[in-house]
Design a protein around this ligand. Structure first.
Ligand code: SAM
Length: 285
């Protein structure tokens, strides 16, 4: 590698050379600390035969390290000013391509299948634009595409919810729906002073790997039940659940059958307890 892009001086130089400024509406906060991008890249690559899909390469800070470690890198960038900047900053690499498209509109399964057919492992890596972190992750989760791992940086508060443990204030329906689908690992915390421009909040990097799904579980209906149980956080599980079941006696009977105390709150129920409650309801139908 010639020179890391992720330093304050090199970032400034690239922005000046190309007469660029960070666009707030695209969530542009460029990383300026090489040890952080190196760690994200190293964590993201899970085998010798990897293609990385990077969401939002910016001026190439993370891309550069991905190009060093992966067989191939495909970047999806929404900002039309950036492909020609990347052609310059990544000119030493032949294993990278840039697709100028909103990631939310790509056919992810088709992209993934294209590389799976060549026997490559597909991973996703990104310093995510904060304004669409959840829609991007849910697009990936819901694609059912064969992705080996997703390693992404996001606002720390959002990361805390994705991997929250039971009985904490961060634990909510999003935590359960995510943890039902994926194993979630915290890779690192990243302070706000290693970005240009500096955001208002700290960040964290998480890695998601898909879990095996439960056979016969109607996911949408299970997720609807979980969301209903968290509808009013401070209420008991019975109070929220009876609204979902349409009557108190039925709700009480299901909770009893699932061995869940009606006075508990949703935030104290584990994923397995939610799954069991759902199973009890299904058995009765
Ligand atoms: N990866 C670079 C880094 O770490 O320095 C830039 C990260 S910056 C937080 C987010 C990047 O995502 C920007 O390059 C932005 O233009 C891009 N972006 C924003 N919305 C996008 C979308 N819907 N699809 C693809 N890229 C997007």
């Amino acid at each position: 590698m010639k020179k890391p892009i992720a330093t304050p001086s090199r970032t400034k130089e690239i922005l000046e050379t190309h007469d660029l400024f960070a666009k707030k509406n695209y969530g542009q906060n460029f990383l300026t600390e090489p040890s952080v991008v190196e760690k994200i890249a190293r964590s993201a690559i899970v085998s010798d035969h990897c293609v990385v899909f990077e969401i939002g390469p910016g001026i190439g800070a993370l891309t550069q390290y991905l190009c060093e470690y992966a067989k191939e890198v495909v970047c999806f960038e929404i900002d039309e000013r950036l492909p020609h900047v990347l052609a310059d900053t990544l000119s030493e690499y032949t294993n990278v391509s840039v697709v100028l498209q909103d990631f939310l509109t790509i056919d992810l399964r088709e992209w993934v299948n294209r590389y799976r057919e060549k026997g490559m492992d597909v991973v996703i890596a990104a310093n995510l634009p904060y304004y669409i972190t959840t829609p991007i992750l849910f697009k990936i989760f819901e694609s059912n595409a064969d992705i080996a791992a997703i390693t992404v940086m996001m606002q720390k508060e959002v990361a805390d919810r994705f991997h929250a443990k039971v009985n904490t204030k961060e634990y909510n329906a999003l935590s359960i729906i995510t943890q039902y689908r994926c194993d979630v690992r915290a890779v690192m915390k990243v302070p706000k002073n290693v970005f240009h421009p500096k955001p208002n909040v700290d960040s964290a990097v998480l890695q998601f790997t898909f879990r095996k799904h439960y056979a016969n579980l109607k996911e949408e209906s299970f997720f609807a039940m979980v969301k209903a149980c968290f509808k009013q956080r401070r209420k008991t599980i019975l109070n929220n659940f009876q609204e979902y079941c349409s009557d108190k006696e039925t709700a009480k009977a299901y909770l009893e059958k699932a061995d869940i105390d009606a006075k508990r709150r949703a935030e104290s129920l584990t994923l397995d307890e939610f799954l069991h409650l759902y199973e009890v309801m299904q058995d009765d139908r």
